[in-house]
Each structure stands twice: as structure tokens, then as C-alpha cells.
Design a protein around this ligand. Sequence first.
Ligand code: FAE
Length: 548
Amino acid sequence: MTEELTNRQNSGLSRRRLLGVAALQSAAVLGLTRVGLQAARAAEPAAADNAPAIVVGSGYGAAVAALRLGQAGIRTIVLEMGRLWNTAGADGKIFCSTAAPDERSMWFKTRTEAPLATFLWLDVVNRNITPYPGVLDRVHFGNMSVYAGRGVGGGSLVNGGMAVTPLRSYFTEQFPTVNATEMYNTYFPRARAMLGVNDIDPAWFESTEWYQFSRVSRKHAQKAGLKTTFVPNVYDFSYMEREAAGTATKSALGQEVIYGNNHGKRTLDKTYLAAALGTGNVTIHTLEKVRGIRRASDGTYVLTVDRIDVTGNVVETKEYGCTYLFLGAGVVGTSELLVRARALGTLPALDASVGAGFGTNGNVMLGRANHLWDTVGANQSTMPVMGIDDWANTANPVFAEIAPLPTGLEHWVSLYLAITKNPQRASFTYDAANDSVKLGWTAAQSAVSVSMAKKLFDRINSANSTIYRYDLFGSSSKVFADDFTYHPLGGCVLGRATDDYGRVKGYSKLYVTDGSLVPGSIGVNPFLTITALAERTMARVIAEDTAE
Ligand code: FAE
């Protein structure tokens, strides 16, 4: 491809993105639940109930699918159960902060469920809230709960923005049949460019009070002989520098992250989804939850969908039809849809491995208590930019993200989200009593992650004569938060439940494009890998399947 062609394509893409941004903005002003280019002309798109292609969800995998289908000229409906996050509330803000959560924070809960539940064992973190389709969900299974974003943009709305390319050798270990050269030369760079990944200026990092917490953790890791590495992010660091200078409204520097960022973060509604809408071929329907999938006698797919209002009531149940169906509902959403369809016999030919291969990416959260003279700073950016990288240690591979704890007060806590190489996997099975899925993950499986994280952080504590914090994860003095994951992976693993490109075994024109394809572990934060794999799938599917 010539450079000129690439430039022309890029400028076409950014023109389309601007059109899409305008459509999203006017949909918000008009209070529409469906967004298409028509919305920019002040009309709710027609209530079409079928399209050549339907995409379920609007997170990373779904957003890639929507854009590439739209660009290929294929009319596409995106069905998203969450709302469009584009309208300011009474306080003039779209999202609430972690310090003052309100109904916008969580998906139909009566109380917030922050990962870090207590401080000095006190229940001072969570708040009672009115049930509402808020932006962050915590889905509870027996021994593991899964955090997920809800709304147009999925996880991009709530995550820490870290866009990390996995170690090539580990990627190959996890995906032995995927051409790694193609991934590292084409699809990872494409995903990074589309997502707007950027790096913190190292000089600013070294000087700003907002990353003192990272520098302290780096010093402690180095004292234990461990190396640290910068991690790129989709948060606009030039915007963050302006926040620090007092010339831009604070978001990352204003305690905003897991309940959404009002500024600075390049979420999917500003990147892939805006560009998808800009093609004119994509319409996004919000507050519509797909419940069932079956196949009609002519081979097309029929989806049963509940449209909900902001109280959670189902206001309409309708059916959509499509020829090509792309599942991007995230690990829990996609597994639930497929496991249910297999159990109820609406897609009986699904492979036995559908629902299997779930892993937590070895997630464990923990805090260390620093000495009184080793202050981490009252002011902390919510966007992590550094990790302790001990993945090459074959006896105990761990990559630990240095996480912020932005309370506005000095607290002497160093917080981490450790990603361990936990080989344990579990399966989703259909729960007929509740018409949902169960997850067979046991406490013993979490203990494997804990023991790996503990080995690393015992080293750091011993080198620095420090101890763990016992007060952060509830009244039981839990040190290692091993009962939740930010990084659910698997359930419809590439090459097992699907072919090598996410085509679901047993059914033609049915695809999975989200984190379900990743076999339980990727060694780093996963959204860049999910995005790059979806780009690879869509390149193949558009070239081979839609031309038929
Ligand atoms: P995802 O983004 O979860 O999107 C799925 C979408 O489908 C959601 O919008 C759902 O509302 C929607 N949906 C689900 N079921 C249905 C249904 N039945 N009908 C209609 N819509 C449905 O999927 N990863 C990183 O790489 N870096 C980070 O810094 C990072 N930080 C994180 C912090 C937090 C608090 C959390 C929760 C996650 C974080 N992650 C991070 C993980 C990352 O956001 C996650 O891996 C991706 O969002 C997964 O992308 P998917 O495309 O699989």
C-alpha cells in the first residue's frame, strides 16, 4: 500500500469519524435510543428489525466488527444493552467520580461495589444508590465476580486505558495457530493507531506529583532486583499535562475512572464506533439486551431482544433478523448467549467447548503499607502508566500493574493489580432455574493466582522492610483480593469453539469477536489483543465470507 493511499484512507476515516461524533452528539441532545447518521439530521433512525449484519454489544470486538462491516458497505445494526453516555446529568457531568458515586456508577445496584471496599477497615468507600443502567457492572458468580462496562463503548468507558502489547512469545504460546508476524506487523499496529494509543512523556513522569505513587513503587521494585516498564495508554497525555497545569478540566487528575471519564480518554464511542457511524451503514440501538438466538429455516439468524427503560423494566420484546451475526457481548455476555442457545436447543450444533476455557488473566489486587517517610502523594492520576515486569521469571511469571489509589489524602498505600500466569480454567454452564449461566470457578483456583502474586510481593516487602495492607478488602483483613477480575477471558476460545478466525463451529456466518476468544490468560491487560484479533477476523471475514 502506498503512503499516499494510506493517507487518503486515514483522512477518509477521520472525516467519517467526525460525522459519527456529530451523530452521537445530536442523538444525545435529542434523547434518542437509536443512533445512526440520520440522528445528525434530527430524526430517530427507522425501527428496522432486520439487517444483513447484526453486532451484539459495543465493546472492543464489537466496535471493530461494526466499523469494518460499515466500511464494506454492509448495513449493520449494533445492539447494546447499556445506554449512550453522552448526556450531562444535573451536575453538568456525564459521569460521576469514584469519590462521589451516584446512580450513574453501577448497573442496576442499590449500593456501589468498588473493588477496594474499605479503608482502615471502615466501610467508607461504597454508597447507596438508586438502581439505574449505570456504567460499571459487577456480575457475581459463586467464587468469582466479573467487572464489565455497560454502555456504548463497553469496557472502554470504565477501564484504565492501558493498551499493552503482549510479549510475542507468550502470545504465540496462547495462540499457536495464529500467524504472529502478521499480528505484530499488521493488526497490533492497526489497533494501536485506531484506538489512539500514546505514551507518557518520561520527563513529565519523573517530575509530576501525580505519578509519585508510581515512582515510589518503581523504587521498591528495583530494590528487590525487579524491573519496571512504562505502559502506553489511550488517555491523551497532552490533555493530562494541561489538567496538571490547571488549564483543562480535571478527569484523570480528578478521581475519574471506573465510573467513566468526562474528559481525556479515547473511548470507543470517540474512535471505532464514531467511525462506524460515519460510514452511514451502521445504526446503534441502546438499552436493548439480546436474550435468545435461533436459526431460521432459511439459514438466517433470529434474535430475541428485550428493550428496557432506565428503571430496568422490559418495555418491549422484539425479534431481529440477520444473515451475518457477530457476537461481541464480552466474555459473560457472549458465553451466556451461546451456552443458553445450546442448552435450549436453539443452536444445538454448537461445539462442546462453547462455555469452556474461562480464566481471570490471573488477576489479584493487593496493597502494601509504606514507611511514613515514603509518601505516595495525595494527588494521583487514575491512569496507570507503569508495571513491574517479572514475566520472564519462568518459576513465577507475574506482570503487576502499579495502580493508583486517588483519595486526595496521603495514605502510604502502594496498590497493584497483579496479572499472574494462572493455568486454571473453568466453564460456564446453563442455569435453567435462572435462565442464566453459572461459572464453575473455585476458591482453590484463585489461590493459585494469590500464591504467585505473594511470591513476588513478599520479595518486594522483604527488600524494603514493608508489610501488606490488611484493611482494604473488607472487614476480614483480606490481603489479596482474589474474588474478582477486571480481565475475564475465554468461553469461546479461538481454534476450539471457533475456527482460527472466530467463525463459530457448527454454524456458518456466526462469529465471535470479543475477549471470549482469548484462552483465559494473555499476560498483560487484554483490550489491545482483543482489538487486534478482531481486526484480523474482520479482514478475513470481509474478504472471504461477505463476498459470497
Ligand atoms: P466489552 O468491552 O466487555 O463489551 C461488551 C459489551 O456488550 C458491553 O457494552 C455490554 O453492555 C454489551 N452486552 C453484553 N451482553 C449483551 C447482550 N446480551 N445484549 C446486548 N449487549 C450486551 O467486551 N483492559 C486493558 O487492556 N487495559 C486496562 O487498563 C483495563 N482496565 C480495566 C479496568 C476495569 C475497571 C475493567 C472493568 C476492565 C478493564 N480492562 C482493561 C479490561 C477491558 O476493558 C476488557 O478486557 C474489554 O473491555 C473486553 O472487551 P470485549 O470486546 O470482550
